[in-house]
Design a protein around this ligand. Structure first.
Ligand code: NDP
Ligand code: MG
Length: 389
């Protein structure tokens, strides 16, 4: 019997996750059809993807999108649209089955919320969605029947391992972290780290923001918060451990002491594919583990004095409410300032800590409160940077 192909909208198609998603869709073109794509400003790559995949809707979100676009480079039957409203429209369209949320930063929230509001399957790479609005997203998904499928490799691993027992039998989840490029770097020299040094990740090839987040370990902080909301855990049930090889993607411990892990070489195509095909598993598009040669897998407790992001992430997961909004916004501003030579590497996490401590906590922020707190934290972080540097 001929099955209809699953229609995928890919938000952030021109990024690192976007490209890996395209590889998965291409490898399984009998199963998936790419119907809509978005980028911020990379119009030429957007046009190439639209042409290659015969996409019906392509969206540029940058405020000067109309000036950037060369319409003649897009296929004739492809509608080219602009702005965040168009992203919301695509993410909630009845012509879409799965939305892949792969925009970087808080800018990904609107598309994610639109997809959840419309009851779609949301494949969540944009971890900021859960960090900022985890409680709102969960509640909305319960109402609309939307499915939340993790793409982040750690959360995909937990999603797979956690099925080995019942919800009440889960004792703790242990997120693995490569430790980034500065795992063995002297603590006293952390303020001499340059953007070029921070952008060299030892095991993963990713966009610049998440690569810097991995270096500060804010990525693990964001992932701890993401796990808290995705799996409805208590902060005390979440731990992080350094695993330099990036083969074990995370572990779940059950009440009887059994620890179940998911292993594979570091390649985002696997968790992306699983989020698209779940509950089915399709033939692999990423490399397999070679167990014919000797391999060491290390698990090392993190140095939380050197990487204060980890306790910060646990604190945000514990406090909930508006904490994730301000910490995420501060981190985005601080990472951008670091990449532009305006803030030292070792001040990124203190900027996040300052916003967490100074903001007026709201236990159940509305969408409007989330966006205004996000604006507030961005402005305050800029002021904080002027004062501290
Ligand atoms: P990239 O920087 O490679 O790509 C970002 C994408 O978002 C691009 O398509 C970009 O468009 C678009 N974009 C950037 N800014 C905006 C904006 N303001 N509004 C709308 N679209 C925008 O990021 P990654 O692919 O590395 O990461 C994407 C998300 O996935 C992040 O949340 C990250 O934390 C998460 N993630 C990434 C992993 C990875 O391996 N890369 C692993 C796990 C999670 P343009 O090209 O036009 O700028
Ligand atoms: Mg991850």
């Amino acid at each position: 019997m001929n099955q209809r192909r699953i229609r995928v909208a890919l938000l952030g198609a021109t990024g690192s996750i976007g490209r890996s998603t395209l590889d998965v869709i291409k490898a399984h073109s009998d199963r998936f059809e790419l119907v809509g794509i978005t980028a911020n400003s990379n119009s030429s790559q957007l046009a190439e993807i639209a042409t290659q995949f015969g996409v019906r809707t392509a969206i540029l979100t940058a405020s000067n999108g109309r000036e950037l676009v060369d319409r003649s480079r897009f296929p004739k039957n492809c509608e080219v649209l602009f702005g965040q409203d168009a992203v919301e429209h695509l993410a909630s369209s009845p012509d879409v089955d799965i939305v892949v949320s792969a925009i970087v930063g808080a800018a990904g929230l609107r598309g994610s919320l639109a997809a959840v509001g419309a009851g779609k399957r949301l494949a969540i790479a944009n971890k900021e969605t859960m960090v900022i609005a985890g409680a709102t997203v969960r509640k909305l998904a319960q109402k609309t029947g939307a499915e939340l499928l993790p793409v982040d490799s750690e959360h995909s691993a937990i999603f797979q391992a956690i099925k080995s027992g019942r919800e009440k039998e889960v004792c703790r989840v242990i997120l693995t972290a490569s430790g980034g490029p500065f795992r063995d770097f002297p603590k006293e020299q952390m303020d001499q780290i340059t953007p070029a040094m921070a952008l060299k990740h030892p095991t993963w090839k990713m966009g610049p923001k998440i690569t810097v987040d991995s270096a500060t370990m804010m990525n693990k902080a964001l992932e701890i918060i993401e796990a808290r909301w995705l799996f409805d855990l208590k902060a005390g049930q979440i731990e992080a451990v350094i695993h330099p090889q990036s083969i074990i993607h995370s572990l779940v411990e059950f009440c009887d002491g059994s620890v179940i892990a998911q292993l594979s070489p570091p390649d985002m195509k696997l968790p992306i594919q699983y989020a698209l095909s779940y509950p089915e598993r399709l033939d692999g598009t990423s490399p397999r583990l070679d167990l014919t040669t000797r391999m060491s897998l290390e698990l090392i407790p993190p140095d939380i004095e050197k990487f204060p992001a980890i306790p910060l992430g646990l604190e945000v997961a514990e406090r909930g409410g508006s904490s994730g909004v301000v910490v995420n916004a501060a981190n985005e501003v601080a990472v951008d300032a670091f990449l532009n030579g305006k803030l030292s590497f070792s001040q990124i996490v203190p900027a996040c800590r300052a916003m967490l401590d100074h903001h007026e906590f709201i236990s159940e922020p509305t969408y409007e409160e989330i966006t205004s707190l996000d604006d507030w934290a961005r402005e305050e972080t800029i002021k904080w940077m002027h004062l501290c540097c």
